[in-house]
Design a protein around this ligand. Structure first.
Ligand SMILES: Cc1cc2nc3c(=O)[nH]c(=O)nc-3n(C[C@H](O)[C@H](O)[C@H](O)COP(=O)(O)OP(=O)(O)OC[C@H]3O[C@@H](n4cnc5c(N)ncnc54)[C@H](O)[C@@H]3O)c2cc1C
Length: 492
């Protein structure tokens, strides 16, 4: 049994990673500084790419969650585009509860009240110093993943830089009981010359509203000064002219638009994922979603290496694939804000963008960026890009198919967390894949709706590694790249 993977932080990223490692049977130590689970939800929006991801793990228990009305935050012209792709209203608390329940089902213990305070990494593993309820202790792991948020202790301990820009605006948000009934669930347009202001009913507690105000100025009290209802109400009034009458507020916080991206996502046996690797303004609602996708990209790779299937180079693909996405995700909200402020300059820019969004390809691009569904990882084997296919490198759509066991779908077949090879052609590809049978689900389908080729290879994270006839020499190269050396004595 290898030393466990130590995961620092049980926010959405750390919990997702722990489920992936638990599913793969890898021992995990999950350390969380907070002694109790937060009662509030920082995020409400859950993007399409994460919905798809959850479906591929059987976690899609969204219980009739509604959808956010548009992608129009900053991008005029997208208001009514493709409503079925809008994010669903699925608060962070529910995301974390689903994941925490799955983590527990998989036998992973979450050590709450255990804060990572030191990290010593060497060639064989990582020793983490933890401050727990009974004092300080150390724990040894094979790898450490810092999922410990924007102020990551792990990132600082291993000396990974976090360059970027300071906040240029100041936001305040929270759950408030609003006595002026007309403002409980919306105040009209959120856009004002000096900032943004909005209210929406809190899906977790309809007696409360989530009220948010953003001022286009970096001025705000220092972090050590706790935010008060009076400070919040005054800022809301400065921006919108509306005086909210607030009876009670169980949670209020400040936030900004500081934008930073880790210089690298890996330092030897230590990795970063989620907000520890990238922070940005919350307008696009992509932070939690990106963290979840980081975790799913890394989890199966760590498991493959720890099971002795794959070599260390597989772990390098984590940064190769996810750092460019981190960069894209940090850019998007900056563009959104440039389209809103300053209003006199942003007006013409918005008009211009509105005209561009009339073009189908522009809309497609923007919606793919907003939802995270446009991510296409390069699939390069032996130095050559794999032959083009519309699905190659993308998250596989949940296509229905019929196997010898009856009708099913690709997402359902991925729920075990294994890679997947679906064959519709003759037996050649099955013979090619035979040496990897211990780490792949091999399925023969009479047909896959919307897929005409003979073989479809999907990585455990749901991304298409090969799509083609199955009779070429690209399939074995793809298997070697993503699933490692075949089992001993069965070399190809
Ligand atoms: C106002 C606001 C609204 C937002 N809305 C959205 C939205 O709609 N959609 C969206 O996708 N994103 C949104 N985001 C961003 C989202 O909240 C974050 O990106 C997300 O929480 C990141 O998850 P994480 O697990 O990486 O980090 P975090 O949620 O920060 O979790 C890190 C965890 O690590 C723990 N920790 C910290 N230090 C240590 C340590 N030393 N040892 C052990 N544990 C430690 C923390 O207690 C915490 O539980 C919003 C952010 C803000 C501020």
């Amino acid at each position: 049994m290898p030393d466990p993977v130590i995961v620092a932080g049980a926010g959405p990223t750390g919990l997702m990673l722990a489920t992936e490692l638990g599913l793969a049977g890898v021992p995990v130590v999950l350390l969380e500084r907070r002694a109790t689970v937060p009662t509030w939800s920082q995020t409400f929006g859950f993007h399409l790419s994460s919905q798809q991801m959850f479906r591929q793990r059987g976690l899609d228990k969204f219980d009739g969650a509604g959808r956010f009305p548009s992608f129009d935050w900053g991008f005029p012209g997208l208001t009514n585009a493709e409503p079925e792709k809008f994010p669903i209203v699925f608060p962070q608390r529910r995301v974390e509860k689903l994941l925490a329940d799955r983590v527990a089902e998989l036998g992973v213990l979450t050590r709450r009240g255990h804060e990572v305070v030191g990290v010593e990494a060497d060639a064989e593993g990582v020793t983490v110093t933890v401050n727990g309820p009974d004092g300080e202790y150390s724990v040894r792991g094979s790898y450490l993943v810092g999922c410990d948020g924007g102020r990551s202790v792990v990132r600082k301990a291993v000396g990974i830089g976090f360059p970027g820009t300071e906040a240029t605006l100041s936001g305040r948000t929270g759950d408030v009981e609003i006595l002026n009934e007309e403002y409980r669930n919306g105040i009209g347009s959120p856009f004002f010359p000096t900032g943004l202001a909005a209210t929406v009913q809190n899906p977790d507690d309809p007696s409360l509203s989530r009220a948010t105000v953003v001022e286009f100025t970096a001025e705000r009290p220092p972090d050590e000064v706790p935010i008060t209802v009076e400070e919040f109400v005054a800022a809301f009034e400065r921006v919108s002219g509306i005086t909210l009458k607030v009876a009670n507020s169980p949670w209020l916080t400040r936030f900004g638009d500081a934008t930073r991206l880790a210089e690298r996502y890996r330092e030897g046996r230590v990795f970063l994922a989620g907000d520890s690797a990238h922070i940005h303004f919350a307008s696009a609602g992509q932070g939690l979603n990106t963290g979840i996708q980081d975790a799913v990209n890394l989890g199966w790779k760590l498991a493959s290496v720890l099971r002795g299937w794959a070599g260390d180079e597989l772990l390098d693909t984590y940064q190769q694939e996810r750092l460019p996405i981190g960069r894209e995700v940090t850019v998007y909200p900056q563009v959104q804000m440039s389209l809103l402020h300053p209003a006199d300059k942003a007006g013409p820019l918005r008009e211009f963008i509105a005209a561009l969004t009339q073009f189908e390809e522009v809309r497609r691009y923007l919606i793919d960026r907003a939802t995270g569904t446009g991510i296409r990882y390069p699939m390069v084997y032996d130095g050559d890009p794999a032959p083009e296919h519309p699905l190659l490198g993308l998250r596989v759509p949940d296509l229905p198919l019929v196997t010898e066991d009856g009708p099913t779908s690709l997402a359902v077949l991925l729920q075990s967390g294994h890679g997947l090879l679906v064959l519709t052609g003759d037996g050649t590809a099955a013979e090619v894949a035979a040496p990897w049978r211990d780490r792949l689900t091999l399925v023969r389908a009479t047909s896959i709706e919307g897929f005409e080729d003979g073989a479809l290879l999907v990585r455990p994270d749901g991304y298409v590694a090969y799509a083609g006839s199955g009779a070429d020499d690209v399939l074995p190269a793809a298997l070697l790249t993503w699933f490692g050396q075949p089992a001993a004595g069965r070399a190809v």
